[in-house]
Write a protein that binds this ligand. Sequence first.
Ligand SMILES: [Mg+2]
Length: 106
Amino acid sequence: MSISSMQDLLADFADRRDWNRYHTPKNLAMALAGEAGELAAEFQWLEQDEAFRVMDDPEKAKAVRLEMADVLSYLLRMATVLDIDLEAALKEKVAINEDRFPPRSS
Ligand SMILES: [Mg+2]
């Protein structure tokens, strides 16, 4: 599924519930931060090896997967509301980081 298809899916979901009035940039930024916190909570207090094995437990794996979907959903909604091309933004940021963090010389 392309980024724009995911955005269309979420826009349709919001439209059919008349939720666009709630999907302001500020509300979406707060919701995104909240969901990122919920994702982080799934890893809270885990040792490093436990964190790497989190997907081995079906229940924990589902929780992580769904929190990541929540984060992605609000990021995509925010991009739609602010008319931001996420693919272009990602390329722009990677180019900036290429300059900031030169690759290790071998
Ligand atoms: Mg959540």
